[in-house]
Design a protein around this ligand. Structure first.
Ligand SMILES: Cc1cc2nc3c(=O)[nH]c(=O)nc-3n(C[C@H](O)[C@H](O)[C@H](O)COP(=O)(O)OP(=O)(O)OC[C@H]3O[C@@H](n4cnc5c(N)ncnc54)[C@H](O)[C@@H]3O)c2cc1C
Length: 494
């Protein structure tokens, strides 16, 4: 192999001499450290660059480091080939065609919030869609169409301008695309279903470079798969949602109990939830308060009429009583930002999660006991109550098969010093193991870290084989492998 000056180089030298920041000094070929190593020609890169409305970034370029950094500081990957900051669907099509032609696998970034950091790859191309931010709300048909760079808070802001909303994540900085194409838990789910239940259509660019509209009537099988399998079948370029009348004011806030009362408070919480109307969502969190006290927080959001609401929240105000109760009428958009401060970008995070079969007294005892040995003041355990509309969808109707699980639990260590990683992870793993007798065996795909194929199967449950068939059809070479990967069985990955 020879470099531009014609001298002989090894493959490693080749990376060093022509593969770094080549775009700043003119395009240069690059070498990818893949199983079947590739050299992508200068001409191919120039051709791609000409086609793009967005930016093409190489290591060393301004913006490259910002584009590759995601919410979880544990993730520090460097797309060796390039990052394409797509400006629209045409850029996605060009990039996918480029990737396929050159056998370079693709990762896709939306909001960059996924704990596994699957939006970013080392050996491949990253398509960064975070600048694709258009949202169009149609208040008459109560629908919204949004691009995949939109964040939950941005989506809420647009839809709430019309008094409308749909289920989305409980943190304003999470991307709508990852939330919806993984499932979508939020304060509206017990009344209106998961985010993916409310997707009406999704435009997808598959590995063959074709953009397909998918809906219940067009490419219906692909529509089934896309709603839950993230980028496994391609890149979503537009998402259409069903909206509902919500707020703009809801009755929401937090009731806090000291850890010593957490057992009885959680038992009351489960009892309360078993009778709560679908308009009420109450989640719970074991956490440490900013002044250092371990607590149980009950996070509540009631989206029904304000008259009925006071009666519904009354038991939450009375039990204990809580040492603090902030439940009050507030704008839905405000409640949707309330927890942002506790989950800032740039901290080290690790999640270990499961759907529960039951959250009985033994499970509560074990969880509270386990939280007593928490290793970081930023760590928490999040308990989300499902049921309601979530449970009224058949298990095989969407990729999310865990319709009968009453609770989802995420053990969530968070810390600031990477030197400490091992002990925080150990705490989570041990508590997760202790909770296994109560697990349904299922896991929410958006909660998965890099945990291997068995856990991906656990995420899709009875729907897994159907998704493998779709993968075989739409991505047989596994071009889209940086995700909770559904491995094709027809051909070996390229
Ligand atoms: C602080 C915090 C709060 C959260 N709260 C909630 C919550 O309330 N409810 C909930 O359900 N989840 C929640 N989550 C989990 C969240 O749903 C997932 O992390 C989700 O994957 C994030 O989506 P994103 O677009 O931000 O992520 P990204 O990291 O950008 O992407 C996530 C996955 O989606 C794929 N993807 C991205 N863009 C596309 C595209 N255009 N087409 C196809 N695939 C694509 C990526 O390849 C990746 O595998 C939370 C996460 C965090 C960190």
């Amino acid at each position: 192999m020879s470099n531009k000056s014609g001298s002989r180089t090894s493959r490693r030298d080749f990376i060093k001499t022509t593969g770094t920041g080549a775009l700043t000094a003119g395009l240069g070929p690059f070498f990818l450290p893949l199983e079947r190593a590739q050299v992508v020609s200068e001409a191919a890169l120039l051709e791609l660059k000409k086609q793009l409305r967005g930016d093409l970034l190489r290591p060393g370029d301004g913006g490259y480091n910002t584009a590759r950094s995601v919410w979880n500081a544990m993730v520090d990957r460097r797309p060796a080939a390039l990052i394409v900051r797509c400006a629209g669907a045409a850029d996605v099509i060009s990039s996918v065609n480029f990737a396929r032609t050159n056998s370079v696998p693709v990762s896709v970034r939306g909001g960059g919030h996924n704990v596994a950091g699957s939006a970013v790859c080392d050996d491949g191309i990253m398509l960064d869609l975070s600048r694709m931010k258009s949202i169009r709300v149609d208040p008459v048909s109560r629908t919204a169409r949004a691009e995949p760079g939109v964040l939950c808070g941005e989506f809420d802001g647009e839809t709430q301008a019309f008094g409308l909303a749909t289920t989305g994540g409980a943190c304003s900085e999470t991307g709508i695309v990852g939330v919806s194409l993984g499932g979508g838990f939020g304060w509206l789910m017990r009344k209106y279903g998961l985010a993916l239940d409310n997707l009406m259509s999704v435009d997808v660019v598959s590995a063959d470079g074709q953009l397909r509209k998918t809906s219940s009537t067009e490419n219906a099988e692909l529509f089934f798969g896309v709603r839950g399998a993230h980028s496994n079948f391609g890149v979503a370029t537009s998402l259409e949602y069903r909206l509902y009348r919500v707020g703009p004011t809801v009755l929401a806030g937090v009731a806090l109990h000291p850890l010593e009362k957490a057992r009885e408070a959680l038992k009351f919480y489960c009892e309360y939830n078993s009778k709560a109307p679908d308009e009420m969502s109450a989640w719970a969190s074991l956490l440490t308060s900013p002044d250092g006290h371990p607590m149980l927080a009950v996070l509540a959001c009631y989206i029904g009429s304000s008259e009925a609401g006071e009666k519904v929240v009354q038991p939450l105000r009375e039990f204990g009583p809580p040492v603090a109760d902030t439940i009050q009428p507030m704008p839905y958009v405000k409640f949707q930002t309330m927890f942002d401060g506790g989950v800032p970008r740039g901290r080290y995070n690790y999640w270990k999660a499961n759907l529960l079969r039951e959250f009985n007294d033994d499970a509560i005892d074990r969880l509270v006991e386990g939280f007593k040995s928490v290793t970081s003041p930023y760590s928490s355990v999040l308990i989300a109550h499902l049921e309601g509309a979530v449970s009224r969808v058949r298990k095989d109707e969407t990729t999310f098969s865990h319709r009968t699980s009453p609770y989802n639990i995420v053990i969530w260590p968070m810390w600031t010093d990477p030197v400490e990683s091992e002990r925080h992870i150990k705490w989570a793993d041990e508590l997760w193991k202790a909770m296994q007798p109560f697990s349904s065996g299922g896991v929410y795909v958006n909660d998965l870290g890099n945990e291997g194929e068995e856990r991906v199967k656990a995420a899709y449950g009875i729907n897994y084989e159907r998704l493998v068939a779709l993968k075989n059809k739409y991505d047989p070479t596994n071009l889209f492998r940086f995700n909770q990967n559904i491995r094709p069985t027809v051909r070996k990955s390229s």
